[in-house]
Design a protein around this ligand. Structure first.
Ligand SMILES: Nc1ncnc2c1ncn2[C@@H]1O[C@H](COP(=O)(O)OP(=O)(O)OP(=O)(O)O)[C@@H](O)[C@H]1O
Ligand SMILES: [Mg+2]
Length: 369
């Protein structure tokens, strides 16, 4: 465990009395001062992990370390952690000042010190002058910032944020994404953020843990996870993907759709069955003659910055293309792509084996990702 590690989950699991297993052998490390995101569909166990870090839920197996000490049994109020909940959980009968001051009053801090700390926290989230407002007079985004100020005023080492932006409209949500990221960088404390929105996770995080059914499927930087998804679940969950079955003929040569293509993948068994991922933005429209794949255009949707074009090949596989060019529904066209656009996924590969394979590419100097 490195010096910079603040939290470590070592084989953590959670089984409820009714027998449901909601977390299974969770392993990860969190470093000081970084922005982490737990990303996954509803019910995969994201909130349960946050509750364990905060001290509201105890694991039924494994150990949670905080600054090198096992904290499984440390009560919530003794942890250097604060949580911003999805519904903010602000006190509606208190004004903004008193909401933020709450934790300090409980600690019996002197009045002057409370005033100074609350002022500082409100400045931090750009809410100076709002001290006397009642919570009901604040907008969604402002409430969100009060909730952050209320957590920050306690000077936690780690701030946990459980889907704090999900109640906001798209525009405000994007603004708050920037703001949160900026606050985290300015403060230099560790944020652990929960969302089921992959774009949000990609935009904000230093590192993402992609979760599914109580397990971490893959962890890595947004680029790692987007460019080299470890399996179908991650590829599908992180952005739209074309995923087709194929066969690895040999290093750098893959077969799918009945044809062979050069790729940059290596380290798999010759003739191994694999799945191939190609991102819609890596496909280019061209003529049937020039295309590596021949498809028929089915539908075309304008998505604001690009067209989303759905096509089918002869064997009935759908291919999604994102392009700034149009294609006529019903027409036959070709799709072109670079060898680097092909991402090969092995069935049932562990994260360790996958990482080792990627390192192999980098050392070999052929990995272009
Ligand atoms: N007290 C409990 N007893 C039994 N099962 C529980 C209990 N609390 C939570 N669960 C189950 O644990 C699983 C994980 O729940 P959790 O709240 O961690 O999911 P989540 O990833 O945060 O989902 P969402 O995105 O919907 O908030 C769910 O299937 C939930 O039903
Ligand atoms: Mg949740």
């Amino acid at each position: 465990m490195g010096d910079n590690t603040i939290i470590r989950f070592d084989g953590v699991s959670k089984r409820y009395e009714d027998g449901t297993v909601v977390l299974e052998n969770i392993e990860f490390e969190v470093e000081r001062g970084k922005f982490y995101t737990l990303l996954g569909p509803s019910g995969c166990g994201k909130t349960t992990i946050l509750r364990m870090i905060a001290g509201f839920t105890e694991p039924t197996g494994g150990s949670i370390y905080f600054n090198g000490q096992v904290i499984n049994k440390v009560p919530a109020n003794k942890r250097q952690v604060n949580t911003v909940f999805q519904d903010y959980a602000l006190f509606p009968h208190l004004n903004v000042f008193e909401n933020v001051a709450f934790g300090l009053r409980i600690k019996k801090m002197k009045k002057d010190a409370v005033t100074a700390k609350v002022k500082e926290a409100l400045q931090f989230v750009n809410l100076e002058g709002y001290e006397q407002r009642s919570i009901s007079e604040m907008s969604g985004g402002q409430k969100q910032r009060v909730a952050i100020a209320r957590a920050l005023v306690n000077e936690p080492e780690v701030l946990l944020l459980d889907e704090p932006l999900s109640a906001l409209d798209l525009k405000l949500r994007t603004e708050m994404q920037y703001e949160l990221r900026e606050i985290q960088q300015r403060l230099g404390i560790t944020f652990i953020f929960v969302t089921h929105d992959q774009e949000e996770a990609l935009a904000m995080s230093d590192e993402i843990f992609v979760m599914n059914k109580g397990k971490i499927e893959q962890s890595g930087t947004p680029n790692d996870i987007y460019d080299e998804p470890i399996n179908r679940f991650v590829a599908d969950f992180i952005g739209e993907s074309n995923i087709v079955p194929g066969r690895m003929i040999e290093d750098f040569l893959v077969e799918f759709n009945g044809k062979r293509f050069h790729c940059v993948d290596q380290g798999l068994r010759d003739n191994e069955s694999i799945e191939v991922v190609i991102r819609p933005e890596d496909l280019e429209l061209t003529t049937v003659e020039k295309g590596k794949l021949k498809v028929r255009v089915d539908t075309q949707l304008f998505r604001g910055v690009h067209y989303e074009i759905s096509c089918y090949d002869d064997s009935g596989h759908e291919w999604l293309v994102h392009s700034t060019r149009k294609a006529d529904p019903g027409s036959e066209i070709g799709l072109d792509f670079e060898p680097e656009a092909i991402h090969v996924m092995r069935f049932g590969e562990s994260e360790e084996d996958f990482d080792r394979r990627l390192e192999g590419y980098e050392e070999g100097g052929v990995y272009a990702g």
